[in-house]
Write a protein that binds this ligand. Structure first.
Ligand code: HEM
Length: 420
């Protein structure tokens, strides 16, 4: 299929999903104010135009009741090749990019999705992941041990980033000491989830994807010669066993796990701690009763989740609240908005670490429900428990205005300076 582009840009050259929309209701996730706090715009969308069609022809869903069933709806596809126009800022290299995405489980439908996910599923079940708890604890102890006596830390650089990277790298069998090497590639690839990226950013992303691929090709060759007790070796064995996995899919799976394995959990720890420090009564409640931590992690995922949105393409006309999404049209589902929907959650704008009914959509839903959810939970639970146990009650934010990353899909902080 050849694709046209859904492109919008204003006089400043800035691209926007809603370029040209009437002043009344513009959803522009690229606006720095929206990036710092997208929730007021989400509220307006839910109240004024919950099944919103941007002038670019992209649908934007914001209510829990509209999103939750559609994440499970097989009439929606994760494969953007089904779209009749693409949310890209430039046409160059589109076919290559689509080809690359077609090897990634997140961007394909059954049967390829079922096959690719089935190969790694076992490593991420809650039971297998529980066995990683002592190692995750050791890593947190070590990282916090280094800063405890310092009187301050950058939560992101000192804990939230290294913890999940070390864990996923060890699981895969990638040398954790290479993390400085793959940090940049990973950061670039995390941005590739965003729509309407400017051409120079796309070029950088493609370069990083090439370098990441080369890096894994070398590791794979090593594991072929010398298999180990890691996920990479297990995937190499699956590839060698015949038609279950191509080499390109093997590389894509490793890259997806490495990127998904750290950008997201890093942001959960960062966004979650920021929310707690801004609602200190909840921080104190948690400090007084650490048995609430698992529940608090769910509440923090609901309150300020790290995956703000996901996209689907309609494979046939789909009616949503009286409007029709036509076949080939893209629908953006604002998970972050669904999680603050007052029709679903009582007093949604407040963090309540003891909240009883938290069926949030932060990990998505349906067949693509986050594979790494059990791992993210274990890591975050240990991180929050230890942060509150080890750091003194004088713990506070060193800045009122922490800086957000440029990403649209993955919401997270560049740094979070804390003092005590
Ligand atoms: C707080 C942490 C995390 C959040 C909020 C999160 C969120 C999500 C969401 C919303 C999806 C579904 C996207 C969609 O339906 O389009 C997803 C998929 C996925 N996540 Fe996570 N994730 C987190 C951590 C992790 C970790 C630690 C890993 C792995 C090590 C991981 C691996 C994956 C994979 C492989 C998929 C694709 C699953 C599929 O397509 O079947 N995630 N994640």
């Amino acid at each position: 299929m050849t694709h046209s582009r859904a492109r919008g840009s204003d006089a400043t050259g800035e691209v926007s999903l809603d370029a040209g929309a009437p002043e009344a209701l513009i959803f522009n996730p690229f606006d720095p104010v929206t990036r710092a706090d997208p929730y007021p715009v989400y509220r307006r969308l839910r109240e004024e135009d919950p099944v919103h069609r941007s002038p670019l022809g992209i649908w934007i869903l914001s209510r829990y009741a509209d999103i939750e069933p559609r994440l499970r709806d097989p009439r929606f596809s994760n494969d953007i090749r089904n779209a009749n126009s693409l949310p890209l800022a430039a046409a160059e290299g589109v076919e290559e990019r689509l080809e690359r995405r077609s090897k990634v489980m997140l961007f394909v439908d059954p049967p390829d999705h079922t096959r690719l996910r089935g190969l790694v599923n076992k490593a991420f079940t809650p039971r297998t992941v529980e066995t990683l708890r002592p190692r995750a604890q050791e890593i947190v102890d070590d990282l916090l041990g280094r800063v405890e006596g310092e009187g301050g830390m950058d939560l992101i650089a000192d804990l939230a980033y290294p913890l999940p990277v070390i864990v996923i790298a060890e699981m895969l069998g990638v040398p954790p000491e290479d993390r400085d090497v793959f940090h940049k590639w990973s950061t670039d690839l995390a941005r590739s989830l965003d729509p309407l990226l400017p051409e120079d950013v796309m070029v950088t992303i493609e370069q990083s994807a090439d370098e990441f691929t080369e890096y894994f090709a070398k590791l794979i060759a090593e594991r072929r010669a010398n298999p180990g007790d890691d996920l990479l070796s297990a995937l190499v064995a699956a590839e060698q066993a015949g038609d279950r996995l191509s080499e390109e899919e093997l590389v894509s799976t490793c890259i997806l796990l490495l990127v998904a394995g750290h950008e997201t959990t890093m942001n959960l720890i960062g966004n979650g701690m920021l929310a707690l420090l801004r609602q200190p009564d909840q921080l104190e409640r948690l400090r007084a009763d650490p048995s609430l931590v698992p529940n608090a992690v769910e509440e923090l995922l609901r309150y300020d989740g790290t995956v703000q949105l996901t996209g689907r393409t309609a494979k046939e006309p789909i009616d949503i609240a009286g409007r029709t999404v036509e076949a080939g049209e893209i629908c953006i589902m604002l998970l972050g908005s669904a999680n603050r929907d007052p029709d679903r959650f009582e007093d949604p704008e407040r963090v309540d670490v003891g909240r009883a009914d938290i069926k949030h959509l932060a990990f998505g839903g349906g067949a693509h429900y986050c594979l790494g959810a059990p791992l993210a939970r274990v890591e975050a639970q240990i991180a929050f428990t230890e942060l509150l146990r080890r750091l003194p009650a004088s713990l506070r934010l060193a800045t009122d205005q922490p800086e957000w990353r440029d990403n649209i899909v993955l919401r997270g902080l560049k740094s979070l300076p804390l003092v005590w």
